[in-house]
Design a protein around this ligand. Structure first.
Ligand SMILES: [Zn+2]
Length: 249
């Protein structure tokens, strides 16, 4: 099963299953189209125009450049140049079966693989490009943090990078939760409504960090996740050791 996906019910992904996609399943399950660009391969199992696929690839390359710039400004980088694989499933059912995600999740990212709901469905909901942005941000955040970034931070930063502020604005909690409380609720939430509200909280928490310390500091925080029980990022503790200041246990 893949790790945390993007829960995007407001996008009301298909209120269950779209019969049109089921009908296409037999025709495309075996085939699909595969295209690639310099840093991405894209597999689309349902029918889609080459123009749409090329647009997704161009968007993906642009997102990558954007993310590299953000990391550069934080004096960070992610090593390796493995291609990231985007897979648009043929049906919502196939997406659910492949990822273990609920029908209202738009996508799921693990390692270098980003699995998504059918391209036509995401396009119809108007979230095709933002979903790719969001998931690519997860890929970068996972690599930077070795998969150890707290979920509230990963989700909030991915939403920030994807430009989802306007979309989530109306779901903001009037009484902001602590980050620990957001994290706890994220692990227990089971309804799309609850997830949507928590995602707005994640974004709000990250925006607050950015307002106080700048975006670069947030990326550095991602790169040095604080383990539960620790009071300071690992890097800071190391630096203090190096400086001969010792560390209070
Ligand atoms: Zn996400």
């Amino acid at each position: 099963m893949l790790k945390p996906a993007s829960f995007r019910d407001d996008f009301a992904i298909a209120a269950g299953i779209d019969p049109a996609f089921i009908a296409r399943k037999a025709r495309y399950a075996e085939g699909g189209q595969t295209l690639s660009s310099e840093h991405f391969t894209l597999r689309c199992i349902s029918s889609a125009s080459v123009k749409d696929l090329e647009s997704v690839l161009a968007n993906s390359e642009a997102v990558r450049q954007d993310l590299l710039g953000r990391l550069d400004r934080a004096s960070l980088s992610v090593g390796g140049d493995a291609k990231v694989r985007l897979v648009f499933h043929g049906t919502t059912q196939e997406f659910m079966a492949a990822t273990g995600q609920p029908w209202w999740a738009a996508a799921a990212t693990q390692g270098t693989s980003i699995e998504l709901q059918p391209l036509a469905l995401l396009k119809r909901r108007g979230i095709l490009l933002t979903t790719v942005r969001h998931e690519y941000a997860h890929y970068v955040i996972d690599r930077l943090s070795n998969g150890k970034a707290p979920r509230w931070l990963a989700e909030g930063l991915a939403a920030y990078v994807a430009g989802e502020a306007a979309m989530l604005a109306s779901y903001k909690n009037p009484h902001p939760l602590s980050n620990a409380e957001i994290e706890r609720r994220l692990s227990q939430a089971s309804s799309p409504k609850e997830m949507r509200s928590l995602y707005a909280d994640c974004l709000e928490a990250v925006e607050k960090l950015i307002r106080s310390g700048g975006e670069a500091a947030v990326w550095r925080q991602v790169a040095t996740p604080v383990r539960s029980g620790q009071t300071a990022p690992i890097l800071e503790r190391t630096d203090r050791l190096k400086a001969g200041l010792g560390i209070a246990s």
